[in-house]
Design a protein. Structure first.
Lengths: 281, 281
């Protein structure tokens, strides 16, 4: 009997699904290029996620959907190719004006070997508002149906952005996040992502009220990972924070070079050249 | 009269040439992606150089000429597109088995808007030996002739690797570096690059004996930039050091996430999200 050519991807997707249900909280390390992905994996990360902002910055673009679709897909492919662990792809609002276009983007991501997608309900045009809830729910439903048909059970992580966009009052954000997360869950999403929530009591309420695994973002003020696990959070990611930290280090290296003319910041604590090469062999 | 479509590149190449002859020592900041290039420029760098190792790592490859030619060109194009300052491209031994193929690579780099190339005389197969001196000289001569015909006076930086490869005795390295640099200069190279030399007296000898501008690499033990200038060095670059420092920071961020479950290393000193976005607008 011929082996299913997708079997490797199917196995990886199932393993990634399991990490959302069993064992400790899942730390998805957000990479921006092949090097960061490989370094995260080598350090023990169980899964890598692409982050839209980090990937965009790395290729010279602002965040959003400014970086062309084909370049985003190439970047996702490079990150998938750099590691053996499951990779989930941040595709912002889905890189498409229509549900069909978004479904096509998800199919492309699956074809690259990614086993997860993040789809957010921020306005695609960058306005500080959410997409219509019914339309967004239909988008998630169509994506989940396409995933089912693909035969590769990737993790659809539906993100809702009331906290991220600071919309309305704290009570508004909480109720909107719960309502939308549950709509997306009913439409088939495997994980629900509420970035920028940091208050422990609020996180506990989200865990209790959302009928599926919760993903939070490790922004400033976020409880440490052990506490997130105690609160019942299933997955934590970092967005562009690590990438922006490396950009600050790069800035400081440049400032040293151009003012004091010294090298300590890149000589004293760098992965040696030979070791860096071995990481990619 | 129609404006020469290459005029912008011609002006930039001339400006880059001048930076090798006039004013302070030129600090070429070695970038590996669009973000690092943009951060270097924003910090005041007068020129950016791609570094073969940093670019390779960023795209998930070991150093050398393992990363496919087309991907290297795309990466160079992204870095050129991310900044206004002159960009010089590290093309290792030239990405070609024949002189014609190397010339073709240089033409491709010029077409992308880069205004400099580094070409090294390490063995292209990764052996710790130098390419035949006569063949390498002919390669440099052919590249310089192609540059002249292109009408864009890019800076050809000819690198010689006796110190880099630790070949023979200290006296052997010095005499071989001087002899080869002068051959490459006679063949038309605009700048001569001797990486891994760190002793001040040796650097002074190289400056005195090589009949053209000298580029050194800021490896461990290298004198600070002010001292390099006093010694007569015209250009200093960093290779993959800054990139490998950001890889180490990435590793430490991962170790924190996966052991203590904390975020200080990417929260306490990162370029803020909004500011990072503005850098690319």
């Amino acid at each position: 009997m011929p082996r299913n050519p997708l079997q490797g991807a199917v196995d990886k997707a199932r393993r990634f699904q399991t990490l959302h249900r069993e064992g400790d909280i899942l730390v998805v390390c957000n990479a921006w290029d092949g090097a960061s992905a490989r370094v995260f994996e080598h350090a023990g990360a169980q899964a890598v996620g692409t982050g839209s902002a980090g990937v965009a910055f790395s290729h010279g673009y602002a965040d959003g959907e400014i970086m062309p679709r084909e370049k985003v897909l190439a970047a996702i492919g490079e990150i998938v190719g750099a590691v053996d662990v499951p990779v989930t792809a941040d595709i912002v609002t889905g890189y498409g004006d229509t549900i069909d276009a978004v479904v096509d983007m998800v199919r492309s991501v699956i074809a690259l070997g990614a086993v997860g997608v993040n789809i957010e309900d921020s306005d695609a045009l960058g306005e500080a508002r959410l997409a219509d809830a019914s339309l967004q729910t239909e988008k998630i439903r169509a994506v989940c149906e396409a995933v089912r048909k693909s035969g590769v059970p990737i993790v659809v992580n539906a993100r809702t952005d009331s906290y991220w966009l600071k919309l309305g009052s704290e009570a508004d954000r909480l109720s909107e996040s719960i309502a939308r997360a549950n709509c997306y869950r009913e439409a088939g999403a495997d994980c629900l992502f509420v970035p920028s929530v940091v208050d422990a009591r609020t996180i506990k309420t989200l865990v209790g009220e959302i009928a599926g695994p919760l993903n939070v973002l490790a922004v400033a003020g976020c409880p440490p990972i052990a506490q997130l696990q105690q609160l019942g959070v299933r997955r934590v990611s970092q967005g562009s924070g690590p990438m922006r930290a490396t950009m600050m280090l790069t800035r400081r290296i440049a400032q040293d070079l151009l003012s004091s003319g010294t090298y300590a910041r890149f000589h004293d604590d760098a992965i040696p050249y030979a070791e860096a090469n071995r990481l990619f062999e």
